[in-house]
Design a protein around this ligand. Structure first.
Ligand code: CTP
Ligand code: MG
Length: 379
């Protein structure tokens, strides 16, 4: 069995928001909630969270709102990180692997927990994730530089730090004060500690700059825009019906210069709208003689090409046909396949009637309404 101790009882003085750090939101969710995502997605059976005494109920509420709440216990932490870990270890049986983790490292990937856990099982001793320092590190006395340390012999360590639980508890029971991580407590009691490669995403949020970096890492990478398009054509039973790029033998057709495919025209208009590229009439002059009889799906593919020229690409499209006939449902899969290929992104297709009301309800015409989402074209 593997238990994670997630320490979240600090006050976040250096972040300076006047709120315990673990409750500070990053990308709309608290650091603790985000940290628990990584912890509980790993091969971890249970988690014990240390909460600030004054925020015990708030933290319990936050945990209760999670789908995996039954795997998490919350206890009140102590005055220092070291005390908080010691309190949490009372909830962890001796024969388990314990992974001690800072809630202040909310973006730690679950793979790092699995890596540390596996190394504890293999070595039977302490394991810490470590990164080589990028900077040259000096020993100083106030502002005076005393020595330049040999960087090749230095490592910056992160959490989760993993140990056999019984050995870590014994180390904590005999430890002096002033330890800032678990490996130093373990080593002070004579325990061996080795490293595994750390992960840059496991960085600790200490200052406002760290918080901004975490926000940026969680931010949606692309800006998208929505667009809307509507098209209506009158019924002309003397023409064949073309709708959604398909032929519909036996169904009454629609009047128009082009093939009067309202579905394709609405989609093309929605894509142009989302791209800020005007509309179908302005772009292609659908009533020009040379456009007569042109398949509606061509307008969709030409619109996608225009978007590409503008550095844009469709993200998704939804279209709804409004009319008594044809029944969309029976050929939905064919339309979806054809239009998804033309748009190059998922297309949802629906149909509806209007309870006998209006031009579509009286069977005088067929309408289509489309929305489109467009974003930057990725290389
Ligand atoms: N921690 C804890 N109990 C304490 C102090 C710290 O559980 N009495 C936890 C923090 O919640 C954090 C981790 O230990 O997840 C690392 O501590 P640190 O980054 O120093 O957080 P804070 O103590 O909250 O920040 P500060 O030192 O700026 O006040
Ligand atoms: Mg602290």
């Amino acid at each position: 069995m593997t238990v994670a101790v997630v320490v979240a009882a600090g006050s976040g003085v250096r972040l300076g928001l006047g709120v315990p750090k673990a409750l500070v939101p990053v990308g709309g969710r608290s650091m603790l909630d985000l940290a628990l995502d990584g912890v509980l997605a790993a091969e971890v059976d249970r988690a014990v969270v240390t909460a600030p005494v004054a925020e015990l109920e708030r933290v319990r509420g936050l945990v209760r709102a999670r789908a995996d709440a039954d795997r998490v216990a919350v206890v009140a932490g102590g005055a220092t990180r070291q005390e908080s870990v010691a309190i949490a270890l009372d909830e962890v049986p001796d024969d388990e692997v314990v992974l001690v983790h800072d809630a202040a490292r909310p973006l730690t990937p679950s793979a790092l927990f699995d890596l540390v856990r596996a190394a504890v099982v293999t070595t039977g001793a302490g394991v810490v994730p470590a990164l080589a320092p990028a900077d040259t590190v000096k020993e100083v006395d106030g502002s005076a530089v005393v020595a330049t340390l040999d960087r090749s012999r230095l490592a910056a360590v992160q959490t989760p730090q993993g140990f056999p639980a019984g050995a870590l508890r014994a180390a904590y029971a005999s430890a002096g004060t002033g330890h800032t991580d678990d490996a130093s407590v373990f080593a002070a009691a004579g325990g061996a500690v080795s490293t595994v490669p750390g992960d840059p995403d496991a960085f600790k949020i200490t200052t406002a700059w760290d918080l901004r970096r975490a926000e940026q890492l969680l931010a949606r990478p692309v800006a998208t825009r929505t667009g809307i398009g509507i098209d209506v054509h009158a019924v002309d039973a003397s023409r064949p019906l073309r709708l959604g790029g398909l032929e519909w033998p036996g169904e009454p057709g629609l009047a128009g210069h082009s093939d009067a495919d309202v579905v394709c025209h609405a989609i093309a208009d929605a894509l142009l709208s989302a791209g800020g590229l005007g509309d179908l009439g302005a772009r292609f002059g659908t009533d020009r003689p040379e456009e007569a009889g042109r398949p509606g799906v061509d307008f969709v593919t030409r619109t996608v090409a225009l978007l590409a020229e503008a550095g844009l690409a469709p993200v998704s499209v939804a279209v709804q046909v409004v009319g008594n006939r044809p029944r969309i449902g029976r050929r939905r899969d064919e339309i979806v396949a054809l239009l998804t290929a033309a748009v190059g992104a998922p297309v949802a297709v629906a149909g509806t009637t209007t309870d006998g009301l209006g031009l579509t309800g009286r069977g005088e015409g067929v309408a289509a309404v489309a929305t489109a989402l467009v974003g930057p074209r990725l290389p």
